[in-house]
Ligand binder design. Structure first.
Ligand SMILES: Cc1cc2nc3c(=O)[nH]c(=O)nc-3n(C[C@H](O)[C@H](O)[C@H](O)COP(=O)(O)OP(=O)(O)OC[C@H]3O[C@@H](n4cnc5c(N)ncnc54)[C@H](O)[C@@H]3O)c2cc1C
Length: 501
């Protein structure tokens, strides 16, 4: 019998997660032989595509759900600080690659766009003010500005001000150093880089259809989507970076750690505007609070997007119910993911989240006029003819076992790894692409612990001069490294008008 091909690492999926891990591994050990396997005919074809996600460089600068308010009125800023420092770690990696000359122009994937939070009503204003006062004390948010003054807001978000009731009580915060990130362009730059280094291959139109234990590693069955032919590749380590489809592959691996996980897919839609007259008047990402009963991923925001050198506006997302795990997936994805081990948690989540399911179904059923009504909360004078509906990417939220409730729905991401470190899968979608590098560093520490502490430690320290915990506590170091990243990523101080001129 012919011997299988053999590599050190197989990465399933050519989205931002696999592309980042593959490049990082090659930086740490250039001798590693690796293969990225992608079912579609190009990279970043699912959630990492710029129009399938919002492109917000999540850094806790504007997302109100990262600073939850408890029943006693207290506000917890821990999550905002954590995500901010994780984003700084991502920026360190991108800056390192730019300085090395390994990536193209940073402007092709990251652009400065101010991040604003906007609230209405006495309760909303009181929350935002308190949140601002807390965040401002932390060095990561020292540059945040707050206003209840409508003439100031007219400068910050001119599109959003005309047509509002004169007595409306509103407030906003602004951080100028927010970003819009084209994660698709970044993914493709990383994949192109892999194409140039020895012993790294990116193979398109190839779908992973099976995984089998093979000694201390794995045999991966890869089907050519066009010819239907399959081949097996042996690998010491497998990363399941298949986005929404990571769950079924994790189940196929049969590792004990996969038991009990289920997926709750949520679809999304946006309103998009390319009318230059309107686009010109809004140069910000403005996040507000989700409607009562709405899940965190449907927090509304009106965003400047910079994709392929053109600016557009995006509003949404409008979440919806679906049974597909990928935008290009199948309606049988959800039913086929039911197993003996996860049926309990899945039923418990269905029982406890009826309101969420009803909300998602009602969102899908909305008319264009109803969608415009939501937009007019932000942009009162919005006209239907300037906006068109776009389908966003899929999110598969994690369902996991819970000793008390039987099963719970989780809105974050979770790295599930085999105990021997030979396989890892990334489940969930939030805060997503912005924190990819931190997630992959976590993977490296869990699956390659000896190398991370030994042979790779020096290189890791060179690429990442400070990690999340240090950045959260050392103000001077944070400012120094952040300024160095600003320079490498060309995040020069500009006014919004200059940026888009
Ligand atoms: C509506 C929405 C808005 C978002 N907004 C933001 C945001 O503003 N900021 C942010 O940071 N993040 C955001 N995210 C999250 C972010 O987009 C994702 O976390 C990120 O893109 C996931 O990358 P990935 O590489 O894991 O998956 P993907 O980009 O989905 O890539 C997975 C790849 O695996 C391939 N694949 C699947 N199965 C197989 C198989 N069997 N064999 C071979 N290939 C396979 C797929 O074709 C796909 O190309 C958003 C997500 C959504 C859906």
């Amino acid at each position: 019998m012919a011997q299988n091909e053999s590599v050190d690492v197989v990465l399933v999926g050519a989205g931002i997660m696999s592309a980042t891990l593959a490049v990082l591994l090659k930086e740490l050990d250039p001798s590693l032989k690796l293969e990225v396997v992608e079912a579609m005919d190009s990279g970043a074809a699912e959630s990492s595509n710029p129009w399938n996600n919002a492109g917000t460089g999540h850094a806790g600068l504007c997302e109100l759900n990262y600073t939850p308010q408890a029943a006693d009125g207290s506000i917890d800023i821990k999550k905002a600080v954590h995500i901010n420092t994780q984003f700084e770690v991502s920026r360190q990696f991108w800056s390192y690659l730019i300085r090395k000359g390994s990536l193209g122009s940073p402007r092709a994937f990251i652009n400065p766009v101010p991040h604003l939070s906007y609230v209405e009503g006495d309760k909303g204003v009181a929350f935002l003010k308190k949140r601002f006062e807390l965040l401002k004390q932390h060095h990561a948010f020292a540059e945040m500005q707050y206003t209840e003054d409508k003439t100031v807001m007219q400068q910050w978000m001119p599109l959003m001000m005309p047509g509002r009731p004169a007595d409306q009580h509103i407030a906003a915060t602004r951080v100028m150093k927010g970003t819009d990130v084209n994660f698709g362009a970044l993914t493709n730059q990383l994949l192109a880089l892999l194409g140039k280094v020895p012993d790294a291959q990116v193979k398109y139109s190839k779908k992973v259809t099976g995984l089998r234990r093979n000694g201390s590693g794995w045999s991966v069955t890869i089907k050519d989507v066009n010819s239907g032919n399959s081949r097996d590749v042996d690998a010491r380590f497998v990363f399941l970076g298949a986005g929404g489809a990571a769950l079924p592959l994790l189940q196929a691996s049969g590792i004990p750690e996969s038991k009990g996980f289920g997926g709750f897919p949520v679809s999304g839609q946006w309103l998009r505007c390319d009318n230059p007259e309107i686009v010109r008047q809004h140069q910000a990402k403005v996040y507000s609070q989700a409607a009562v009963g709405a899940p965190p991923m449907s927090v509304p925001h009106l965003d400047t997007r910079v994709v392929d050198g053109k600016t557009s506006l995006l509003f949404g997302p409008y979440a919806g119910f679906t049974t597909k795990f990928l935008k290009h997936g199948s309606f049988t994805d959800l039913p086929f993911s039911v197993r003996m081990g996860n049926i309990g948690p899945m039923l418990a989540v269905a029982r406890d989240n009826m309101d969420l399911t009803k909300y998602l179904v009602s969102e899908v059923m909305q008319s264009m006029e109803q969608r415009l009504q939501s937009l007019r909360r932000f942009y009162p004078e919005a006209k239907a003819e300037d906006w068109r509906l776009e389908v966003a990417g899929q999110r598969v939220q994690i369902i996991k076992k819970d000793p008390k409730k039987g099963g719970v729905l989780q809105f974050g991401t979770e790295l599930v790894a085999a105990q021997d470190g030979s396989l890892a899968a990334l489940l969930g979608a939030s805060p997503g692409a912005s924190v990819t590098v931190s997630i992959m560093l976590d993977l490296i520490e869990r699956c390659f612990p000896e190398q991370a502490k030994g042979a790779w430690a020096g290189k890791l320290a060179e690429i990442f001069p400070a990690r999340e915990k240090t950045l959260a506590t050392d103000a001077a170091l944070y400012q120094k490294i952040s300024a160095e990243c600003d320079a490498a990523l060309q995040m020069v101080e500009t006014t919004p008008a200059q940026q888009f001129a």
